[in-house]
Design a protein around this ligand. Structure first.
Ligand code: G3P
Length: 226
């Protein structure tokens, strides 16, 4: 399962990149609203930091298909290769996806996915990724993990190349559960990243090893001292 960061704060992105295996960054209009200003200033700074090979997902906000297509071109021309345009999985979005598939090589991610059928239709329209919102589905009284797994199954059983990029997590266990099902990708907030491996027993085991080493080698000594 590929891991991406669902945030636009450059400092948080840099911090997570330093410690975790990350293949890119996803944003949405709400995430960009937390930074404010010209969204392309924020996105260009992210692109510059993550490099041209990393994925950057950026949402189009127009309501009409022809305008979504125009926005998609603008986003990709401004931010370069490996920029995935996020398009809501609604009828105008499907229309835009079809146009992009027929007329361009622009990669896109179907977003705002709450049902497997949305993902199936988006996949048939040529989406590279489909993004189910796990936590938001839970909050509607359904099971977000089940929906994400069903979408994975829909793609596999219909021999579709569209990949799941699960989004909207509230804890690390949800991430693990999708990882165990072979879901292609997950985009996580920095807070969820730091919760992936967070357990005092682990830290305590590591500290015990260091203190056992120091007990015979001396304080602050490491293998480099021998
Ligand atoms: O991009 C969609 C995803 O970020 C939604 O997450 O936490 O706002 O439900 P959340």
């Amino acid at each position: 399962m590929k891991l991406l960061i669902d945030d636009a704060h450059i400092d948080k992105i840099k911090n997570i990149y330093e410690f975790y295996p990350v293949v890119g960054v996803t944003t949405n209009p709400t995430i960009l609203s937390k930074i404010g200003g010209n969204p392309f200033d924020t996105l260009k700074e992210i692109r510059e930091f993550i490099g041209e090979d990393a994925q950057l997902h950026v949402q189009a906000v127009s309501r009409r298909a022809d305008e979504i297509v125009e926005e998609a071109w603008h986003i990709v021309e401004t931010l370069g290769a490996n920029t995935f345009v996020k398009i809501p999985a609604v009828p105008e979005g499907f229309k835009a996806m079809k146009i992009l598939t027929e007329t361009s090589e622009i990669p896109f991610t179907a977003t705002a996915i709450y049902t497997p059928m949305q993902a199936f239709i988006a996949g048939q329209c040529g989406a590279n990724y489909a993004a189910p919102y796990v936590n938001r589905i839970d909050n509607m009284g359904f099971n977000g993990l089940t929906v994400a797994k069903e979408i994975q199954q829909v793609f596999e059983r219909n021999f579709m190349e569209t990949e799941v990029i699960a989004a909207s997590f509230k804890n690390s266990q949800q991430v693990l559960e999708l990882c165990m099902c072979g879901v292609s990708a997950a985009t996580l907030s920095p807070e969820i990243f730091t919760a992936l491996v967070k357990n005092s027993a682990i830290n305590s085991a590591v500290e015990d090893f260091i203190s056992d080493f120091e007990s015979f080698a001396g304080k602050d000594k490491t293998m480099l001292d021998f």
